[in-house]
Design a protein around this ligand. Structure first.
Ligand code: GTP
Ligand code: MG
Length: 139
């Protein structure tokens, strides 16, 4: 994914708390263009595949229960330096440690329910995008 696209998921707590629209506006104001988007509820099987990299972590079961607890919005975003700029926009994994003005600082309350996901490399952005979208669904 040539350094200009990243994958994001607006997580169940953000939708449950009515922050989806504000978060999408925040993302667009920061210069990201939405090139694919869908609302879906992950099955446990899909969630375990998506988060396979974390399967040995002690919080894995909590993570799967949480991410399948309600709908998510999956999206592919385009901007120069998309992966690193988007990680900066969402802030630290733990909202308490996230910088002021970041999405997690504003909209998340805890490390386990932290409002939003952002890919951590170009390689993972491509893998995660292909996990959620087929070619015909991407502009
Ligand atoms: P993502 O963008 O969601 O991948 O977050 P991240 O890259 O900032 O963090 P990481 O990939 O290390 O962790 C993935 C997700 O696991 C986090 O976003 C949290 O939702 C969850 N997580 C991380 N650490 C903990 C923890 O200590 N406890 C719990 N319950 N969940 C955690
Ligand atoms: Mg991560």
């Amino acid at each position: 994914m040539k350094n200009n696209r990243t994958f994001t998921m607006i997580k169940p707590d953000a939708l449950e708390n009515g922050h989806a629209g504000a978060i999408l506006a925040h993302i667009e104001k920061a210069g990201f263009k939405i090139v694919a988007m869908k609302l879906k509820k992950l099955t446990a099987e899909a969630a375990k595949k998506f988060y396979k990299i974390h399967e040995e972590r002690p919080f894995f079961n909590d993570l799967i229960n949480y991410i399948t607890s309600g709908p998510i919005i999956a999206a592919i975003l385009e901007k120069e330096n998309a992966v690193s700029d988007f990680r900066a926009l969402i802030g630290n994994t733990n909202p308490q440690e996230a910088e002021d003005g970041t999405i997690r600082k504003i909209y998340a309350k805890s490390i386990d329910a932290n409002a939003i996901h952002g890919s951590d490399s170009d390689e993972n952005a491509l893998i995660e995008s292909n996990f959620h979208f087929s070619n015909g669904e991407i502009i």
